[in-house]
Design a protein around this ligand. Sequence first.
Ligand code: DAT
Ligand code: MG
Length: 140
Amino acid sequence: MAVQRTFSIIKPDATKRNLTGAIAAKFEESGLRIVASKRIQMTLAQAETFYGVHSERPFFGELCEFMISEPIVVQVLEGEDAIAKNREVMGATNPADAAAGTIRKEFALSIGENSVHGSDAPETAAEEIAFFFSGLELVG
Ligand code: DAT
Ligand code: MG
């Protein structure tokens, strides 16, 4: 597997509890490099676009309101097999199902307030990186 880039969000529940550094350390300990990082707060329209794939799900409104409730930290992570590696470090969507040592097991509050987002495939990683970062912000 080649070197890949993936997109990550440290979500409002985590920024609010001052866990940005603790979560970034988990990425770095796993071998992922943080090659871009910024703290922003999304508008509702941006959250609805970002999570558009979930627009028909019953939790969509709650998800978008949560994602704009506090600042978030958006990051690009790079490394060998970065997309799958990040999903592994994140743990299962529901922290009750997440493996020991994962970010969601250690930090998530619930299936909704689950501390991190990570891209699930090369196509979504490319789309999500481009949604939040310009070419000028992406240095090697
Ligand atoms: P993941 O974030 O692990 O990729 P997903 O893409 O299926 O999971 O869902 C996106 C987010 O939506 C997830 O991180 C939290 C929220 N979510 C998913 N399922 C939910 C549910 N059953 N109830 C409340 N929120 C949910
Ligand atoms: Mg997902």
